[in-house]
Design a protein around this ligand. Structure first.
Ligand code: SAH
Length: 226
C-alpha cells in the first residue's frame, strides 16, 4: 500500500512476475508458455535502470517500453525476454542484433553467454550504448553505427540474428548472414497495427521457414544515411 502510494511498485521481482504472466498468456501463440531458467536469470541480472534516462528511472522495472530520446524506445521487458527465448541462445553463440537502442537487449544476450555484434542507425545512441555496455562490464558486445539492413558481413555468419525494429520483409542480407539451422527473430509489417513477430529458421539445405507468432508494435527499421 505504502509502496503503491510512493509510486515505487515495480521492482526487478515484479518485472519477472509480469514477464512470466505474459509468457503464460501468449504461450498458445508463441509455443513458449514458460521461458527458460537462463532467460529469466538474464532478465533478473541485467539492471534495466542502468539503460533508461534519469527521468524514466522510477519506471525502469515496469513491463512496458520507455522513451530513450531520439524518438526511440527501450523495448518492453516481456518482448526482450520473448525474443531472447526464441533465439535459443547457447553460451558462446555469435549473435547479430539490428537496432541497439540503449543496449538493453544486447546486455541480456551477453548475460546468456552470447558474443553480440549490434548495429544502430542513430549514431549518438550507438556511442552511448557502447560506453554503457563497457561500463557495466558487458565485454562481449561490439556496437557500431550504421544501417542494419546490410548486417555485419565481416563477422558473418551468425548463429542467430535479432532485429528490434519492424521491416516490411526480412532484409535479404540478414537471411544470407545466418548459419544453416540458425534462427532470425524479427517484427514484420509496415505499420504497428499489422506487425507480427516472426521466427525464421534457416534450413540446413539453404531456404528458410518463417512462422508468425504474435502481434507486436515496434518502431520502424529506417533506411539509414550511412
Ligand atoms: N534493442 C533495443 C530496442 C531499440 S528500439 C532495446 O533493447 O530496447 C529500435 C532501434 O532500432 C532504435 O534505436 C532505432 O534507432 C534502431 N533502428 C531503426 N532502423 C535501423 C536500421 N536501419 N539499422 C540499425 N538500427 C535501426
Amino acid at each position: 500500500m505504502l509502496r503503491h502510494l510512493l509510486g515505487a511498485s515495480a521492482t526487478a521481482d515484479t518485472m519477472l512476475e509480469a514477464i512470466a504472466r505474459d509468457a503464460r498468456e501468449t504461450g498458445d501463440k508463441t509455443g513458449r508458455p514458460v521461458f527458460s531458467d537462463a532467460v529469466m536469470e538474464a532478465m533478473r541480472t541485467v539492471p534495466r535502470a542502468a539503460f533508461v534516462p534519469e527521468a524514466e528511472k522510477a519506471f525502469a522495472y515496469e513491463n512496458r517500453p520507455l522513451a530513450i530520446g531520439h524518438g526511440q524506445t527501450i523495448s518492453q521487458p516481456f518482448i526482450v525476454a520473448l525474443m531472447s527465448e526464441l533465439l535459443d541462445v547457447e553460451p558462446g553463440a555469435r549473435i547479430l542484433e539490428v537496432g541497439t537502442g540503449c543496449g538493453y537487449q544486447t546486455a541480456v544476450l551477453c548475460a546468456l553467454g552470447a558474443t553480440v555484434y549490434s548495429v544502430e542507425v542513430v549514431a549518438p545512441l550507438a556511442t552511448a550504448a557502447a560506453a554503457r555496455l563497457a561500463a557495466l562490464g558487458f565485454v562481449r558486445a561490439t556496437v557500431r553505427a550504421g544501417d542494419g539492413h546490410a548486417g555485419w558481413p565481416e563477422e558473418a555468419p551468425f548463429d542467430g540474428i535479432i532485429v528490434t525494429a519492424a521491416a516490411p520483409s526480412v532484409p535479404a542480407a540478414l537471411a544470407d548472414q545466418l548459419k544453416p539451422a540458425g534462427c532470425l527473430v524479427i517484427p514484420v509489417g509496415r505499420v504497428a497495427a499489422t506487425q507480427q513477430l516472426q521466427r525464421v529458421r534457416k534450413l540446413a539445405d539453404g531456404p528458410s521457414e518463417a512462422k508468425s507468432l504474435l502481434p507486436v508494435a515496434f518502431v520502424p527499421l529506417t533506411r539509414g544515411q550511412s
